[in-house]
Ligand binder design. Structure first.
Ligand SMILES: Nc1ncnc2c1ncn2[C@@H]1O[C@H](COP(=O)(O)OP(=O)(O)O)[C@@H](O)[C@H]1O
Ligand SMILES: [Mg+2]
Length: 293
């Protein structure tokens, strides 16, 4: 039925022996696909782990529209650097600690979130100084090198005063523990971080721009297709590539959603490949919820 397996990665090729249901499930549940821009981001983040401790640790802010793949990159970075036993220190270390900025954060909510993540939730009435001390002590003990904060734009939901306090807290943690910070957020997050000039200065910025008609986009689509267990290769014309861009508005989540949807249709219909015609006829449901789930 198929003309060779060279159009697939080994993992996708193995799936071809599975039932249609299982292949569809594999497409729906696909976890992570590496594309060049994500690799660049991960490589940049990786350099933070080799950094000797010191005052003014370098930090990175990654900005991009909702659905551009920020949280996926964050999780990848965290999972690539899991807790491990450090024989030098004779203790378990957690090099990367990843959290989400709470909605409308203040100092208390920030520390409460951090301490819960550290497995040390505090009494509701604990005072902030205690919370701060507990967080410092535990982070020091587990050897955190990088604190990652997703949804950093949530800072903007606070009053001016609250924003200053949260930024101050971040700077304080970075200085005191000599750790790097990594912040992920939508483009407005730039504004949030620039509220603290000293903090902003140590951030290198990395932007995940919407996809455009270029090699990078072609590589992304090719990577997704190589990971999609269809018996026949999908060869798309430039017109189809433009149509994908147009329908998805260059948003990573929408691109994955569209190609997954088409691949499932190709399995159900027995075509076993995505054709220009299918792309031409594909109707977006504008089901943003599903695309972002
Ligand atoms: N590298 C990737 N591999 C597989 N799917 C991805 C990848 N990046 C993004 N996606 C898809 O896009 C969706 C949105 O990505 P997400 O990281 O949550 O975006 P953001 O945090 O920027 O809003 C994910 O749920 C997933 O379906
Ligand atoms: Mg996200």
């Amino acid at each position: 039925m198929h003309d060779g397996l060279s159009h697939l990665t080994p993992a996708a090729a193995i799936l071809l022996t599975e039932s249609d249901e299982r292949r569809i499930r594999a497409i729906r549940s696909r976890r992570w696909i590496l594309y060049p821009r994500a690799k660049q981001a991960l490589d940049r983040l990786g350099t933070l782990l080799d950094q000797p401790r010191g005052t003014r640790m370098p930090s990175i802010a990654i900005y991009g529209d909702s659905g551009m793949g920020k949280t996926m990159i964050m999780k990848r970075f965290r999972d690539d650097n899991p807790p491990s036993f450090d024989s030098g220190r004779g203790a378990l270390t957690t090099p990367v600690l990843a959290m989400e900025m709470t909605s409308r954060p203040g100092e208390r909510r920030f520390y409460a979130e951090l301490l819960t993540l550290l497995g040390a939730p505090q009494r509701p009435r604990a005072d902030i100084a205690q919370m701060e001390q507990a967080a410092l002590r535990i982070m020091e003990a587990i050897g955190v090198k990088v604190l990652v904060i997703d949804e950093v734009h949530n800072i903007l939901a606070g009053s001016y005063r609250e924003q200053r306090i949260v930024l101050n807290t971040l700077r304080f943690l970075s200085n005191r523990l000599q750790i790097s910070l990594v912040c992920f957020g939508v483009n407005e997050a730039r504004e949030a971080i620039s509220g603290d000039v000293q903090l902003a200065r140590r951030f290198e910025q990395f932007t995940l721009s919407r996809w455009a008609a270029n090699d990078q986009f072609e590589t992304l689509v090719a990577s997704i297709l190589r990971n999609t267990p269809l018996h026949r290769p999908s060869v798309l014309t430039p017109a189809s590539m433009r149509r994908i861009l147009q329908i998805t508005e260059g948003i990573t989540a929408n691109i994955f959603h569209m190609i997954n949807d088409l691949a499932i249709a190709a399995i159900v219909s027995g075509h076993e490949q995505i054709t220009d015609e299918m792309i031409e006829q594909w109707q977006p449901e504008f089901d943003v919820e599903a695309a972002f789930a």
